[in-house]
Write a protein that binds this ligand. Structure first.
Ligand SMILES: [Zn+2]
Length: 94
């Protein structure tokens, strides 16, 4: 029973994390250059335990004609895997 509750909590946290900027392909974090990605990725914390994340690899994807980068991260503490989405582009002047 308790195990099931913990499992649900983990799923909730993962769902919440996906709603944050960079948590999904349709809400990438805008960066000015790809050099920023490892820095930004490592500054994130594990959504489940707050541990620091390790950058496994970075991949490039094209979605709707936009070039996106995905940082694949693993939590050093609990081992959960997380993907963080980025879009490279010069920020538009407001
Ligand atoms: Zn963790």
């Amino acid at each position: 029973m308790r195990e099931r509750a913990t499992r649900k909590l983990v799923l909730d946290k993962q769902r919440l994390a996906a709603l944050e900027p960079g948590g999904a392909a349709d809400r990438p974090i805008e960066v000015s250059s790809s050099a920023v990605i490892p820095v930004r990725a490592r500054s994130q914390r594990c959504p489940l335990c707050g541990g620091s994340l390790l950058l496994d690899e970075e991949t490039a994807t094209m979605i709707d004609g936009k070039s996106l980068r995905t940082a694949h991260l693993t939590c050093q503490q609990c081992g959960v895997r997380r993907e963080l989405w980025f879009r490279i582009g010069s920020p538009l002047p407001n």
